[in-house]
Design a protein around this ligand. Structure first.
Ligand SMILES: Cc1cc2nc3c(=O)[nH]c(=O)nc-3n(C[C@H](O)[C@H](O)[C@H](O)COP(=O)(O)OP(=O)(O)OC[C@H]3O[C@@H](n4cnc5c(N)ncnc54)[C@H](O)[C@@H]3O)c2cc1C
Length: 443
């Protein structure tokens, strides 16, 4: 039997990485707090199909997914309407979360991964500064490597020694508080904008979406501060006034959840430890999609583990994962966190101004499966000509201009700091670099 790997929490990336390793003879066990039947939310997700192929799976059969509808974005004053036009080869899959889990878990089991459900992970077990196992509610388990796939509130990440330089938690404006539910759909003819995304709806710092599906209307309400039932009801009432197809009866979902909307964790590894998925904040900061990134990261992590000829799974050997993840995915996500920060600094009427002046247009909002447009938009910001064009458009509004220029400066700083990531792992150098990285995202 190969080396022993613990996957703490049944996050997508952890299971996917475990599958690749188990196939190669590693002894992999996933410890998940939920019962199998309770894993995954009762709603659909949209993501890049390469999530599957990245880890060697076939894309599930067409009967299990549909293609996502283009979104139509509305500014706070509802004066602008920007409709995406996603190229066919960039369209994402829309799939039930529970079906995604069925597919990945079946694949992992076929590869030899073992699952222990109904067993919550409580904290890491340390030997000096090395993670040597986990304490679960049922006892201690030891392994050569612990992969942290417990999600945004990982108890492992939160309890690692400070010395390792791994940030324990997301800060203010780095988590999105979300309520999501599916309502009965009232038949009132063809709905023009099938997937409406309302930015700063009714002046609130956040979004609401109203997506008309065949059998239900999908509602998501998200804020940067905590939501309660009352706020959800108030928002639903406002949405019903503008969307007659939104019925009164909740048919599925209806849960409060949190999504990381921030830059990836500065340091992903320690001796005997690697974080992946939401535990490592791998979502796209503006849109909160994290499934594909976590599964692409799974392949990168598995390759680093398989390449570790010393079998030490030390921070130094796992650093290959850190560097590869950042160069292929993370360094593209981090500047988007600066765009998100800009949004949190804007007043609703300022966002309207940006849309009305065409500074952000439908092309910018056409976020394809690889977040291509957003990424290109941020890249453009560092090029003199496109940047000049955007800035000229803002000349009439110095307050907005100042905020946008600050974002440009943030993006430049993030680009410089991510490029200066240490080539090798040495704890003091890594900690000092991580401090510089984290400092780029102060609101
Ligand atoms: C409302 C909503 C909508 C979303 N929509 C999309 C979308 O359309 N597309 C997309 O790509 N992403 C979407 N996301 C984000 C997506 O859910 C995550 O980014 C993605 O699942 C990767 O996270 P993860 O699998 O690492 O963590 P999670 O999905 O959080 O999984 C963590 C797992 O660990 C388990 N766990 C947690 N704590 C413990 C513990 N102490 N002990 C044992 N087990 C534990 C949990 O039960 C869970 O099974 C959405 C998220 C939300 C909340």
């Amino acid at each position: 039997m190969g080396k022993k790997i613990i996957v703490a929490g049944g996050g997508h990336g952890g299971i996917a990485c475990g599958a690749i390793l188990a196939k190669k003879g590693y002894d992999v066990t996933v410890y998940e707090k939920n019962k199998r039947k309770n894993m995954g939310y009762d709603w659909t997700d949209i993501f890049d199909r390469k999530a599957f192929t990245a880890i060697g799976m076939d894309v599930p059969g067409e009967e299990l997914w549909s293609l996502k509808n283009d979104m139509t974005f509305f500014g706070p004053g509802m004066t602008t309407r920007l409709r995406q036009d996603t190229p066919d080869d960039q369209l994402e899959l829309q799939m039930e979360r529970k079906v995604i889990y069925d597919c990945i878990i079946k694949y992992a089991e076929d590869c030899g991964v073992k699952f222990e459900y109904n067993n919550a992970v409580e904290k890491p077990v340390m030997l000096g500064n090395r993670v040597v196992g986990i304490k679960t509610e049922k006892g201690e388990e030891f392994a050569d490597l612990v992969i942290d796939a417990c999600g945004i509130n990982s108890p492992l990440r939160k309890q690692l020694p400070e010395y390792l330089g791994i940030q324990h938690d997301a800060q203010e404006y780095e988590r999105f508080y979300v309520w999501r539910g599916f309502y009965e759909k009232i038949d009132c003819g063809e709905v023009e904008d099938k997937f409406k995304v309302l930015l700063f709806h009714k002046g609130k710092l956040g979004i609401s979406w109203v997506a008309a599906e065949e059998e239900y209307t999908d509602i998501l309400i998200g804020r940067f501060n905590k939501l309660d039932e009352q706020e959800v009801e108030k928002t639903l009432a406002a949405l019903r006034e503008e969307n007659p197809h939104l019925g009164e009866k909740l048919v599925r979902g209806g849960e409060f959840v949190e999504i990381p909307v921030r830059q990836p964790l500065a340091v992903l590894v320690a001796d005997g430890y690697a974080a992946i998925g939401d535990s490592a904040f791998m979502t796209v900061p503006i849109i909160g999609s994290g499934i594909a990134n976590s599964m692409k990261a799974a392949k990168i992590l598995a390759d680093a583990i398989l390449d570790d000829k010393t079998n030490s799974y030390s921070a130094a050997t796992l650093w290959k994962y850190q560097r590869e993840f950042c160069s292929k995915i993370g360094n593209g996500l981090a500047p988007l966190a600066a765009v998100k920060l800009l949004l949190t600094r804007l007043e609703p009427y300022e966002l309207d101004y940006i849309f009305e002046k065409g500074i952000l247009n439908a092309d910018d909002m056409t976020i394809g499966a690889d977040s291509t447009s957003l990424g290109a938009m941020v890249k453009d910001m560092l090029e003199p000509e496109p940047l000049k064009a955007k800035i000229t458009g803002l000349a009439g509004n110095p307050a907005v201009l100042k905020k946008v220029l600050r974002m440009g400066k943030d993006v430049a700083a993030i680009t410089a700091v991510t490029a200066a990531m240490p080539r090798e792992y040495e704890v003091n150098r890594v900690r000092s670099w991580a401090e510089k990285y984290n400092a780029c995202f102060k609101r």
